[in-house]
Design a binder for this molecule. Structure first.
Ligand SMILES: CC(C)(COP(=O)(O)OP(=O)(O)OC[C@H]1O[C@@H](n2cnc3c(N)ncnc32)[C@H](O)[C@@H]1OP(=O)(O)O)[C@@H](O)C(=O)NCCC(=O)NCCS
Length: 188
């Protein structure tokens, strides 16, 4: 498809200190599985299912396919700053349904990479429990603060993050090639 120039998507950087976290309670029937390398494909499958057709899959094309997600996750876990203790898979009655990964941003500051719950399992408190599990892993490995980025009109994610005490620290704009029919980007 031809590009029509460049558009910009508004995103927020959000942060919170890691002190004073509420307890992470998973709903009945769901469990959290700690990171190990054999789980990469399961994380990739869930990640692709969470972001399929989303605005974020336009901004970050890797999120739009299972192979793209597997490649992205392989890059994340290979990084020196990968935090396995803050990387979790949620497994429910029908199998894996939630994923989160984290990286060191700098000393004392951890960054959430991707968080997602499959659509059929959303709105049950799983996103909150998964995020809290990851933040707990950051505390256990000595981090004092956590950072994330979110697209400005991703309201479910914003509600989740604000409800857990994340506050906006910066507004950023991500450039994307404009495509015919995509009217979601700001054109400057
Ligand atoms: C953002 C996302 C992870 C949220 O996951 P989720 O599991 O639906 O989130 P939760 O259920 O924990 O919380 C969302 C809402 O569910 C409801 N909820 C929370 N706990 C609940 C419970 N025990 N029972 C019923 N509903 C509940 C609430 O309405 C809550 O919002 P509130 O805290 O303001 O009331 C999910 O929408 C998603 O995967 N989106 C696609 C990928 C994505 O955009 N990721 C973020 C990129 S930055």
């Amino acid at each position: 498809m031809f590009s029509l120039g460049v558009g910009y998507h508004k995103r927020f950087k959000m942060e919170r200190p890691l002190a004073g976290l509420p307890r992470a309670m998973l709903p009945c029937g769901y469990g959290a599985v700690a990171w190990n390398a054999d789980l990469l494909e399961a994380h990739a499958e869930v990640l692709a299912g969470c972001f399929r057709g989303s605005q974020d899959a336009i901004l970050f094309p890797s999120l739009g396919s299972r192979d793209g997600c597997a490649h992205l996750l392989a890059e994340v876990v290979r990084r020196k700053g990968f935090i396995p203790e803050a990387t979790w898979l949620i497994v429910g009655p029908e199998g894996p349904c939630g994923t989160i990964q984290a990286l060191r941003e700098r000393i004392g500051l951890a960054a959430i990479q991707n968080v997602g719950i499959l659509p059929a399992h959303q709105n049950k408190g799983l996103g909150r429990a998964l995020l809290l599990r990851s933040l707990g892993g950051m505390v256990d490995t000595g981090y004092g603060r956590v950072l994330l980025e979110v697209t400005a009109d991703n309201f479910p994610a914003l509600r989740l993050y604000s409800g857990l005490g994340f506050r906006r620290t910066r507004v950023i704009y991500k450039a994307v090639p404009l495509r015919a029919g995509d009217d979601s980007a700001i054109v400057i």
